[in-house]
Ligand binder design. Structure first.
Ligand code: PLP
Length: 403
């Protein structure tokens, strides 16, 4: 470290060598304020916090009674994927051939699970050739594609995606994919014939605030299997593990793990191979995004990033995030707070975040607003629409003040 607070991660840097659990290849700073000052970035600035990600990953790896897969779409930054690998994560859930190729190239020994129930033929072929054996499906058509494109491979692990209730989820994912309980028996019978291992998977919806949603889904699966006289080898309870955002209190992760374990025992699933697929819960706390105020008009702030950038969740589901203002040397300016709405930089009028968001009343052009808990579905969601996007991600080593 030099006097400016900038660390460059490389082999000669003691920090990298001694901790072993820092990000590779990122510039590192002691604080967000130092990063903002030194980077002089004209776009949004993405921050990553190694310790938060290591803590979340360690919780899943040590407390979830089964195999935890990282749902790579939540944040596919290479530094995040490598850090998770260093923490001990060996299994990754992917949905596209690009995710397969990216992770295969970065982490050649990782086990990949291609869990999108509708894949292109070429994607299936490419994935199989790269060593992927786990595939999801929710129809006979997809099963046929998998069988044909893997040339009747004898070593497939197939997961039937079931459609389950999304009632407890703040961000439902249910209506698009998944076989119904009525369709499932026939699909399982067919899949059994072409798979070495057969499983069932579901997703209760993202940011699931209802612990019992997993119990309900597992109960439906138990009824389904019993009613049809079928059995499976694997059960994948998907993602949906929540993160504490403002106004959205949650139960701790171990409560979710206990609830799932109780249901597995209750329905006689303990002997099966069990998986979960956290995305948000692994990386949300591990990232933040700083955006600059380009103009203030009354209580509207025009920002250099928005819903086509890293702030989709602040605009579309309209969530709030822990915010901090950095106004040239001071974190938080005035003590007096006021409510604001935000506009993103693109010309589209839906590039708006209604909030209302609470900030110091004297926020002004040139100030930076730090959106915390945006390590999931922030960096991952940005588009290049209208030429606004950020390629700058740096690591922050200091303890953050709020979660
Ligand atoms: C998005 C997704 C996940 C991760 O969901 P989170 O709510 O972020 O935990 C897991 N599995 C599948 C199939 C997904 O589509």
């Amino acid at each position: 470290m030099d006097q400016t607070g900038l660390h460059i991660a490389n082999d000669a840097d003691g920090f990298t060598e001694t901790s072993g659990l820092s990000f590779e290849g990122l510039r590192q700073y002691d604080s967000e304020a130092i990063a903002i000052e030194i980077e002089q970035c004209d776009d949004a600035l993405h921050f990553l916090y190694a310790e938060k990600i290591v803590t979340a990953a360690t919780t899943f790896l040590s407390k979830f009674n089964g195999t935890s897969l990282y749902a790579a779409k939540a944040n596919p930054h290479p530094a995040v994927l490598k850090l998770l690998w260093k923490t001990g994560m060996r299994d990754f859930e992917v949905a596209s051939v690009r995710e397969v190729e990216q992770i295969h190239a970065l982490l050649p020994d990782a086990t990949l699970y291609f869990m999108h129930p509708v894949k292109s033929r070429k994607a299936i072929r490419t994935a199989y050739a790269l060593g992927v054996r786990h595939f999801a499906f929710d129809s006979l058509d997809e099963l046929r594609k998998i069988r044909q494109e893997t040339r009747n491979a004898p070593d497939l692990a197939l997961h039937l995606r079931l459609s389950v209730s999304q009632e407890g989820a703040e961000y439902p994912l249910g209506n698009k994919f998944g076989a119904t309980l009525i369709e499932a028996p026939l699909l399982l019978v067919h899949a059994r014939q072409i798979s070495e291992k057969l499983g069932v998977t579901f997703h209760v919806g993202s940011q699931c605030l209802d612990v019992t949603a997993y119990h309900t889904a597992l109960k439906d699966i138990a009824r389904l299997l019993e009613g049809a006289g079928l059995s499976v080898d694997m059960l994948n309870v998907g993602g949906g593990f929540p993160v504490a955002y403002p106004d959205m209190p949650i139960l701790p992760l171990p409560d979710y793990f206990d609830g799932i374990q109780q249901a597995l025992t209750e329905f006689g699933f303990d002997k099966l191979e069990i998986f979960c697929e956290p995305g948000r819960a692994l990386v949300a706390q591990g990232g933040a995004v700083a955006v600059r105020v380009e103009m203030r008009r009354g209580h509207s702030l025009y920002l250099n990033d928005g819903t086509y950038g890293a702030l989709f969740d602040a605009g579309q589901p309209g969530w709030n995030f822990p915010l901090e203002l950095y106004g040239g040397g001071r974190l938080g300016k005035s003590d007096e707070m006021a409510l604001f709405e935000f506009y993103g930089p693109t010309c589209d009028s839906i590039d708006k975040m209604s909030g209302p968001f609470s900030l110091p009343a004297d926020v002004a052009e040139g100030d930076w607003i730090i959106f915390r808990s945006l390590g999931a579905y922030g960096y991952a969601m940005q588009t290049r629409f209208n030429g606004f996007y950020s390629e700058t991600t740096v690591a922050i080593t200091a303890e953050t003040t709020s979660d």
